[in-house]
Write a protein that binds this ligand. Structure first.
Ligand code: BT5
Length: 328
């Protein structure tokens, strides 16, 4: 695409002005066509300075999701090898599933700048205003179905590590895969199997992160926060996506190498509530006990009055400093 070619050309000359004439000769199009595409790029959020005498200089790439910027930031071999980016989708997981059924490739990534009907687990809603990172990854890893369920644990670890690397910010994982900061949810993960695992062997990993928008954009009923509220600044969503994919890539490879114990330890190092009294809610049943760890399969271990119990599903309530148990 001409627009991408112009960007490549400008990016190849960082902090330099390149004349419209040179670009037009190189790309074999008119200077008017270049000018037109530069205007489109500016609308997309690229800061390009144009000087009549010297030509164009790329000053800044957009923080909002942009395929060219994202591809440039990617360091992975397979994750992100194919990217689908839409301004709005109902749900990136739904689109990723459709693409997977049509023969999507391992590592294909689907992103939307906003979702009109984002989904959580158990048909719950996921609020997805503009400014967030709403991303689904199609994965066909070399794993059994039982081991594939560990991918959601791996994704939680990847998000924590990306936050630490980029923002020196330590967020925690609340079992099984809520990402929280100061007791408030900042991100969630939705893993879904496509078709029958034995025949298709594809999983969709949906990652939702509240990034460049204010808390007020979400329903007041939620116990939630956003990265903007914490950093008081916007961040580059493309760099964030690329960094998460880099960490996820690493995790997928170590899972394929059956390094499950490493993942368990990594997850526990990032967990919140470990060693503390928590409550696990399963339908009407409430179990209280000390959160002692997780099994190799990711089940939660609770030391209760009736001995050790393990849970593969349920909601965890942590205890606040005031001694009250709270949900997210
Ligand atoms: C999750 O579900 O936390 C999984 C969220 C996954 C969202 C991503 S976005 C990209 C991809 N495409 C999708 O359609 N989904 C994935 P769960 O643990 O069930 O939590 C859902 C609950 O979190 C809701 O019932 C609300 O209470 C709360 N919630 C909804 N939107 C939120 C938000 N933006 N931030 C924090 N909490 C939220």
């Amino acid at each position: 695409m001409l627009r991408d070619d112009i960007l490549h050309f400008l990016a190849a000359h960082p902090e330099k002005y390149v004349s419209g004439e040179r670009i037009s000769q190189q790309l074999k199009v008119t200077r008017a066509a270049i000018w037109k595409q530069i205007q489109v790029l500016k609308e997309e959020g690229f800061e390009i300075e144009g000087q009549t005498k010297n030509g164009y200089c790329l000053l800044k790439t957009p923080f909002s999701l942009n395929e060219w910027v994202l591809k440039k930031a990617l360091t992975t071999s397979s994750l992100g090898s194919k990217i689908t980016l839409e301004d709005e989708l109902e749900s990136t997981n739904v689109r990723a599933k459709e693409l997977a059924r049509q023969g999507g490739v391992h590592g294909q990534v689907v992103l939307a700048r906003r979702q009109s009907s984002g989904r959580g687990r158990l048909q719950r809603q996921w609020e997805s205003p503009r400014g967030g990172l709403w991303m689904s990854v199609v994965l066909s890893p070399n794993l059994s179905l039982a081991d594939a369920s560990k991918l959601t644990l791996a994704a939680s670890v990847a998000i924590v590590d990306a936050f630490e690397e980029l923002f020196s910010l330590r967020i925690g994982i609340k079992w099984p895969n809520d990402l929280i900061f100061n007791g408030m949810k900042i991100a969630g993960i939705l893993g879904e199997v496509v078709g029958e695992w034995n025949t298709v062997q594809t999983l969709i990993l949906g990652i939702g992160i509240n990034v460049n928008f204010r808390r007020e954009q979400l329903s007041p009923l939620l116990n939630a926060t956003t990265l903007f509220e914490i950093l008081k600044d916007d961040v580059d969503l493309n760099i964030l996506a690329a960094t998460i994919l880099k960490h996820l890539d690493k995790q997928v490879i170590s899972l394929e190498n059956k390094e499950f114990e490493e993942l368990r330890v990594c997850w526990l190092e990032r967990a919140v509530g470990l060693g503390e009294e928590v409550r696990v809610l399963q339908r009407e049943q409430v179990t209280q006990g000390k959160f002692t760890g997780i099994t190799i399969d990711g089940a939660l271990l609770l030391d209760t009055e009736d001995g050790e119990k393990s849970f593969t599903a349920g909601e965890v309530q942590l205890r606040s400093k005031m001694g009250k148990y709270f949900s997210l």
